[in-house]
Design a protein around this ligand. Structure first.
Ligand SMILES: [Zn+2]
Length: 255
């Protein structure tokens, strides 16, 4: 299914969910005009966030809501989008339980100012796949999703131990003070590297923050105010990138 058909189907499903409306059993107990038995969407959240007229919810209204959730101004803009923009939109839509649009825009704006150049939709797709899908670096945030299926996933996922990842993300802003000299840098990485695949000291990575290719073994460690040790870019303190900003070298844009 191409992406536009995918979004059309989403709009149809949302419209279907609205058609389940029945008059509320107890009018005083609900802020809404109707009660719903939705299969796909958190209908009440849609109504509240998009100021929906419950009496007249058309398929066109549904398309508008889906376009907005997918980060477009309206359905017409979605139809005109480039393939890369559509791919990014579908990622934002499908992973809306991991990061919301505002959070993504801040993350990209930050990366752009560090790189001093624009990251187009194609590059953003790569970064999204790496950071949101593979490494799930935003998992310290609780994000509401319009999609009911995400609540089932989140429950079965909640047992995961992600404390080390959270720590790095949460304390990004607090880094500064003391540098720690690490004797056995590989051993330290083996113990502290917050993601799945631990790199070797000779590996190269692309630092999203300073835009330079770095050798992993040159990393630095600093202690922040809360006595936490964080692994930083070798270009620290000039660069405040940490391990979460290291991308595979092939993410470096060709110039
Ligand atoms: Zn850096």
């Amino acid at each position: 299914m191409n992406t536009i058909d995918y979004f059309k189907l989403q709009a149809k499903n949302l419209h279907k969910d609205f058609k389940t409306k029945t008059p509320p059993v107890n009018k005083a107990a609900t802020a809404f005009l109707f009660e719903y038995a939705p299969k796909y969407f958190d209908v009440e959240m849609v109504i509240a966030n998009f100021h929906i007229d419950e009496e007249n919810f058309t398929l066109m209204n549904a398309q508008h809501v889906i376009a907005k959730i997918a980060n477009f101004d309206n359905w017409a803009s979605l139809l005109k989008a480039s393939p890369a923009e559509l791919e990014l939109a579908q990622l934002l839509y499908d992973y809306q339980h991991r990061i919301d649009i505002v959070g993504w825009q801040f993350y990209i704006a930050d990366a752009q100012s560090m790189n001093r150049e624009e990251l187009d939709a194609e590059i953003q797709v790569d970064i999204f796949k790496k950071m949101v899908i593979e490494e799930d670096i935003f998992d310290d945030q609780v994000i509401e999703s319009y999609l009911l299926k995400h609540y089932e996933i989140e429950i079965s996922d909640s047992g995961r131990d992600r404390t080390s990842t959270n720590r790095v993300v949460n304390q990004r802003e607090d880094w500064t003070t003391k540098e720690v000299i690490i004797k056995d840098k590989q051993k330290y990485l083996d113990e502290k590297y917050p993601f799945g695949e631990i790199p070797k000291l000779t590996d190269e990575k692309y630092c999203l923050h300073c835009g330079k290719v770095i050798t992993v073994g040159d990393y630095k460690v600093f202690i922040d105010d809360l006595d936490s040790e964080l692994i930083f870019c070798p270009n620290a303190p000039k660069c405040d990138g940490t391990v979460i900003d290291w991308l595979p070298v092939n993410y470096q844009k060709s110039k």
